[in-house]
Design a protein around this ligand. Structure first.
Ligand code: ATP
Length: 444
């Protein structure tokens, strides 16, 4: 299942390393380019900015200070539509990794990498970037009564240091809510670090979150900080928390209870001062099922619960969001400003939006690119006018496990969507990247 849309650039002076990464990523992404010399970055960017850049930090032989990589990172971050940058370094020193994150890198990986971890990082970077790619982080918009209530709640919960759990369907804006909580807290000047807990491979979960010491295992060539250390003093956003396997939940619980983490191979724990905001799209019945989520971890995380309502329950926000995102993409693609034909606006306001604001945003981008009339028509948005996406129905079998039901639901959605990943993802209310991960997981 090759992703034909994503463009990935590997910027590394070591040709062997770049080829190895390219070979791995080409199994999944059609467009993977390499560049060995950062001096040529400007000319490459002039031909088009990639979606994800894997960026080495030292190019000149003998240099280990990472300054060349940081300079390239600044160039990339200054692009009008900056790519997600994954820092790659053979010298896993803590200050450089943290500096890269502070300057806007989405993630960091140490060489030699774990293949599953690298692919998961690229997936997560793509999932995070595609919807939120333009300019500064987007404000949480909406003037409906439910959105005003969400904003009032954010203002109330941001200053105290309590852990907040954000609940809501895919694409409702949970991450934006978490960013707003961080921005209104005393930690606003420190790091906000988002981790997709569902995408962390179980085998490297501990090392990713808590770090490891040089020599702790075969590939541990140097000390490496975990996400907890990288977010020190700031906010750690644990996204897709409902997708964590139970053993990983136990490890996370210990860290939260003790407010300290032990890097793999270290002989003593390190205390970490981070505020935890978590999010899940699981409904509360599932979340309270001990077979899915540990009750003790839940009570650590959900001191305050903030529910973000789905877009269909705040339809008053639809016109505002449409205007905002159409204008945004008109500017981005250099297209003239257009209005929405009245019939199209009616249909868009009554559409159930199973993929919520993310789907609306994608629909606006599509309309700006494909719309060929003087005003926007419903067909431009790629939705069947007024018709809700057909529900995916799965027969309950007596022996059905949650995982088997998920597999059946995905298979049913794919069949209904005739293999179209975007349609299937919309029906299931997940992002394309999340669906790809699940296809992998179930071997579909
Ligand atoms: N209230 C809003 N105003 C403007 N944009 C929004 C709003 N809510 C969501 N968006 C946009 O929709 C997209 C999805 O938002 P976000 O990633 O915060 O959702 P999410 O609930 O965390 O999704 P997921 O559960 O899939 O991780 C982003 O591009 C975001 O900018």
């Amino acid at each position: 299942m090759l992703d034909a849309d994503a463009r990935i650039l590997i910027l590394d002076d070591d040709a062997d390393v770049a080829y190895a990464a390219r070979m791995l990523l080409r199994r999944r992404y059609a467009a993977v380019d390499m560049l060995h010399d950062p001096a040529r970055l400007h000319s490459v960017l002039a031909r088009g900015v990639p979606d994800v850049v894997l960026l080495d930090f030292n190019f000149t032989p003998g240099r280990t200070d990472g300054a060349e990589g940081l300079a390239a990172l600044d160039v990339l971050r200054r692009q009008p539509r900056p790519p997600a940058v994954i820092a790659l370094t053979a010298y896993a020193d803590v200050p450089l990794a943290v500096e890269a994150l502070k300057r806007g890198a989405a993630d960091f990986i140490t060489k030699p990498w774990d293949n599953a971890r690298l692919v998961a990082a690229v997936d997560a970077a793509l999932a995070g970037r595609r919807p939120a790619a333009v300019g500064a982080p987007c404000a949480l918009m909406g003037e409906s009564q439910p959105m005003r209530a969400v904003r009032a709640m954010i203002a109330g919960v941001a200053p105290p240091e309590a852990n907040v759990m954000v609940l809501g369907e895919n694409g409702v804006g949970k991450e934006l809510v978490a960013q707003a909580i961080h921005a209104q807290s005393r930690r606003a000047q420190a790091t906000f670090l988002a981790v997709d807990m569902g995408a962390l491979p179980e085998s490297t979960f501990e090392s990713e979150l808590f770090g490891h010491r040089k020599g702790a295992f075969t590939d541990a060539k140097a000390d490496r900080p975990g996400r907890f250390q990288a977010a020190r003093g700031g906010t750690l956003f644990l996204d897709e928390i409902g997708n964590m396997p139970l053993p990983a939940q136990a490890k996370l619980l210990t860290a939260l209870e003790r407010r300290e983490v032990t890097p793999i191979g270290a002989d003593r724990p390190e205390s970490v001062d981070v505020r935890i905001v978590s999010a899940t799209n699981l409904d509360e019945a599932r979340l309270f099922d001990p077979a899915v989520f540990r009750a003790d971890l839940l009570f650590r995380l959900n001191t305050i619960v903030l529910r973000v309502p789905p877009l269909r329950e705040r339809r008053d926000d639809v016109p505002l969001l449409l205007r905002h995102y159409l204008a945004l993409y008109e500017r981005q693609y250099g297209r003239p400003a257009r209005t929405i034909a009245p019939a199209a606006l009616d249909a868009l306001c009554t559409h159930p939006w199973p993929g919520n604001v993310r789907a609306l945003r994608h629909a606006c981008e599509r309309a700006v690119i494909l719309g060929a009339q003087a005003d926007y028509r419903i067909d431009d948005f790629g939705l069947a006018p007024g018709a809700p996406a057909a529900p995916v129905t799965v027969a309950l079998r007596e022996d059905a496990t949650l995982s088997a039901l998920e597999r059946d639901a995905i298979a049913a959605a794919l069949a209904q969507a005739q293999g179209n990943i975007s349609h299937a993802a919309r029906m299931l209310g997940v992002s394309r990247a999340a669906l790809y991960r699940k296809l992998d997981k179930h071997g579909i």
